[in-house]
Write a protein that binds this ligand. Structure first.
Ligand code: ADP
Ligand code: MG
Ligand code: ZN
Length: 622
C-alpha cells in the first residue's frame, strides 16, 4: 500500500534494464576490438616508388592497384607474402611516364570509391567513439540511479503514481466523510472540466489539506487522483529544500512542467510548511532557499492557464505558519480539514486494516475503538500491524484478542504517544466540560445554536463545542455578547459543579482567556460597561527604540473602574452559567453519557437530548 516501497520496486526494474544495456555494450565493444585487431594483423611495408617501378619492370609483381581518390598504390607480389606492400605516387602522376612497363605487371585502376565504402570507413572511425561514449553515458546514468544526485540537482524527485495496482480510492479511506465530500468536488473538476468551463467557472488551482499527522492526508490526496483517474505527482516540501540555493526553485519548475505535460493531473506537495512558512519571520535557516522555492511555487500556480487542469493539493499540520501569499485567492484558497477520527470512524479504520488479516471471530472491534480516543488513522493501522506481528511471534493461526491488547499497549505506551491517549478520567472531564458549554449555550435564548460537539482533541484542546449563527452577523449586541461569555464559562462551571471547586482542570485555560479578552474589549473599546457605558478608552502599548511606551488616556481611578467592570462581567457570566447547569443537571448528565459513547454529536441530536431543559427564573435576560 505504501507508495515509497512500490516506487523502489520500480526503480529496481529500471536499474536491471540499465545493467542489461551496460552488459550488451561491453560485449559489443569487445567484439569490435577483436574484429579490428584481426583486420590489421598483417604488416605493411611501404616501398619507395623508384624501387616499386624497377621491381615491377623486373617482373616481381602480379599487380599494382591505383585508386582514384588517393595516391596510395597497393602492390600484390607474385610470391605470396604476409607483408602488404604499399607505395605512394604524386597525385595525377602517370606511372607510365615514370618508366613503368605495363607489359610486366597488371595495373588496376580503381575508380572513385562508392559511397558505401566511405560510410563504412567513416563508420569504422566513429563506431568506437560512439561505443565508448555510450559506455560512459550509461556509467554516469547508473551512478545517478544509485542516489548520487550530482548531475540532476534541479530535477524534481516527484514520484508518479498511476499504476492500477497501487490505486487508492475513497472507499479505502475510512470515515473522514466531510473531507471526502470536499474532495469529491476536486474529482468532478478533473473529470468534467468542460462542464465548469462552459459556465465560465474557474477551476480552483490549489487545495490545502489540513490535519494532524497520520490522519490520512496523503492517502486522501492519492484517493482523489484515483477517483478522478488522473496521474498523481507527489513530492514532499522538505525535498525542495537542499543546501544549494536555487535547487528548490528549479525542482519546482521541473515538477510543474512535467505535470503540465500530463494534464489533467494532480500535484501533491506534502508537508508544504517546510517551504511555505511565513516569509521574513526569521524562523529556521536556509532562508533564501525557502523563499525562492516558495516564490517559484507561487509563480507556477499563477502561470497555469485556465483549462490546463492541473490541481495542486498540499498537506500540512500547521496551517497557521503558512505564508499568507500561499492562501490568497487563485492559490491555495480552498481548505479541507481532516480531523482525528471519532469512535465510529476509528472502528471503520480498524475494520479496513483488519480485513486483510485473520482476526479471531469473537474480537470486539468496537471496544478497541472505544479505548483509542485520540489515536490517528496511522496509529490504528499500526495497532493492527503490531497485532499481526505479535500473533505470528506467538505462533497463533489467528490474531487473538490478547495479541491486539498487547499491540494496543505497545502503540499507546510508546514514548511519543503517551500524551495522545486519553485516560478515562480525562475523557469524562472533557465530556462534562463540553456538555456544560453546550447546555448553557442551548438554554440562553440569545446564544447561537449548537452546531456540533466533540470530545476528540483538536488543536491542543480537549474537545470542542461549536456554535454557529443561523445567518452571518456583522454586529453583536450586549445581550449576545453576555450569552457568549456565559456559555464560554459553561465548561469550567460544569467541572466545578460535578467535581468540586478545587478539582477544576487546566482544560478551561483557553476558555478563560477568551472570556477575559472579550470582557475587556466590551468595556474598553465598545462602551459596553455598566458604569462606563458609551465611553471608550485608548490604551496602546508600543515599543520604540527599546522603550515601552504606554499610551493611555485615562486616570488610575478610571483604570480601577475598568478592572471592576471586567470582573463584574465575568462573575455575572459565571453565575448565569452556574444557575443554568444546576437547574438542568439531568440534561448535563444525559449529554455527557452520549458524548462518552459517540464522542461526536451533531446539532439535531444535541437539540433532541436537550429538549426540555429550561431557563431558571434567577437568570436575567437583559
Ligand atoms: P498523513 O499524510 O495525514 O500524515 P497518511 O495518509 O500518510 O497520513 O496515513 C498514514 C497511514 O495511516 C495510511 O497509510 C493508512 O494506512 C492509515 N490511515 C490513516 N487514516 C486512515 C483512514 N481514514 N482510513 C484508513 N487508513 C488510514
Ligand atoms: Mg502524509
Ligand atoms: Zn471549553
Amino acid at each position: 500500500m505504501n507508495g515509497q516501497t512500490i516506487n523502489n520496486k520500480r526503480n529496481n526494474n529500471r536499474n536491471n534494464f540499465k545493467n542489461l544495456g551496460f552488459l550488451i555494450i561491453i560485449i559489443l565493444l569487445g567484439l569490435a576490438i577483436l574484429a579490428s585487431s584481426s583486420n590489421t594483423s598483417s604488416k605493411v611495408d611501404v616501398l619507395p616508388l623508384s624501387q616499386v617501378i624497377s621491381n615491377a619492370n623486373a617482373g616481381d609483381y602480379k599487380s599494382i592497384t591505383v585508386s582514384a581518390n588517393s595516391n596510395k598504390l597497393l602492390i600484390i607480389p607474385k610470391k605470396p607474402s604476409s607483408v602488404t606492400l604499399e607505395s605512394y605516387t604524386a597525385t595525377n602522376a602517370s606511372l607510365k611516364s615514370l618508366g613503368l612497363n605495363y607489359n610486366k605487371v597488371d595495373v588496376i585502376y580503381k575508380p572513385q570509391s562508392s559511397s558505401s565504402s566511405i560510410w563504412l570507413s567513416i563508420g569504422e572511425a566513429i563506431l568506437p567513439v560512439l561505443l565508448i561514449g555510450g559506455v560512459i553515458f550509461f556509467m554516469l546514468k547508473s551512478v545517478q540511479g544509485q542516489g548520487n544526485q550530482a548531475l540532476n540537482f534541479g530535477k524534481s524527485r516527484a514520484r508518479l503514481y498511476g499504476n492500477e495496482k497501487d490505486k487508492v480510492l475513497f472507499k479505502d479511506v475510512a470515515g473522514a466523510d466531510e473531507s471526502k465530500q470536499d474532495l469529491e468536488e476536486v474529482v468532478q473538476f478533473l473529470k468534467y472540466p468542460k462542464k465548469y468551463a462552459s459556465l465560465g467557472a474557474k477551476i480552483p488551482k490549489g487545495v490545502l489539506l489540513i490535519g494532524p499527522p497520520g490522519t490520512g492526508k496523503t492517502m486522501l490526496a492519492r484517493a482523489t487522483a484515483g477517483e478522478a483517474n488522473v496521474p498523481f505527482f507527489s513530492i514532499s516540501g522538505s525535498e525542495f529544500v537542499e543546501m544549494f540555493v536555487g535547487v528548490g526553485a528549479s525542482r519546482v519548475r521541473d515538477l510543474f512542467s512535467k505535470a503540465k505535460k500530463n494534464a489533467p493531473c494532480i500535484i501533491f506537495i506534502d508537508e508544504i510548511d517546510a517551504v511555505g512558512r511565513k516569509r521574513g519571520s526569521g524562523m529556521g535557516g536556509g532562508h533564501d532557499e525557502r523563499e525562492q522555492t516558495l516564490n517559484q511555487i507561487l509563480v507556477e500556480m499563477d502561470g497555469f492557464e485556465q483549462g490546463q487542469n492541473v490541481i495542486v493539493l498540499a498537506a500540512t499540520n500547521r496551517a497557521d505558519v503558512l505564508d499568507s501569499a500561499l492562501l490568497r485567492p487563485g492559490r491555495f484558497d480552498r481548505r479541507v480539514n481532516i480531523n482525528l477520527p471519532d469512535r465510529k470512524d476509528r472502528a471503520a479504520i480498524l475494520n479496513i486494516h483488519f480485513k486483510s488479516k485473520p482476526l479471531a471471530k469473537d474480537f470486539d472491534v468496537d471496544a478497541l475503538a472505544a479505548k483509542t480516543a485520540g489515536f490517528s488513522g496511522a496509529d490504528l493501522a499500526n495497532i493492527t500491524n503490531e497485532a499481526a506481528i505479535i500473533a505470528a511471534r506467538n505462533s497463533h493461526s489467528q490474531i487473538l484478542s490478547s495479541d491486539v491488547t498487547e499491540a494496543f499497549e505497545r502503540v499507546a505506551i510508546g514514548p511519543e504517544r503517551k500524551n495522545k491517549v486519553m485516560s478515562d478520567l480525562d475523557k469524562k472531564v472533557t465530556a462534562y466540560h463540553e456538555a456544560g458549554h453546550a447546555l448553557v449555550g442551548h438554554v440562553l435564548p440569545d446564544s447561537d445554536p449548537v452546531h456540533k460537539i466533540t470530545i476528540i482533541p483538536r488543536g491542543g484542546t480537549g474537545g470542542v463545542t461549536w456554535f454557529i449563527p443561523p445567518e452571518d452577523r456583522i454586529f453583536s449586541s450586549i445581550v449576545q455578547l453576555k450569552d457568549i461569555l456565559a456559555r464560554g464559562l459553561g465548561g469550567r462551571i460544569a467541572e466545578e459543579i460535578i467535581f468540586g471547586k478545587n478539582k477544576v482542570t487546566t482544560g478551561a485555560s483557553s476558555d478563560l482567556q477568551g472570556a477575559a479578552e472579550l470582557a475587556r474589549d466590551m468595556v474598553v473599546n465598545q462602551g459596553m460597561g455598566d458604569k462606563l457605558r458609551n465611553q471608550v478608552f485608548k490604551n496602546d502599548e508600543s515599543v520604540t527604540m527599546d522603550k515601552l511606551i504606554h499610551d493611555r488616556d485615562y486616570s488610575d481611578s478610571t483604570a480601577k473602574i475598568i478592572d471592576e467592570e471586567i470582573e463584574n462581567l465575568i462573575n455575572e457570566a459565571a453565575n448565569r452559567a452556574r444557575s443554568i447547569i444546576k437547574t438542568n443537571l439531568s440534561y448535563l448528565e444525559k449529554l455527557k453519557d452520549v458524548l462518552l459513547e459517540k464522542e461526536t454529536i451533531d446539532s439535531e441530536e444535541v437539540a433532541k437530548i436537550l429538549s426540555g431543559s429550561k431557563l431558571p427564573k434567577t437568570v436575567t435576560l437583559y
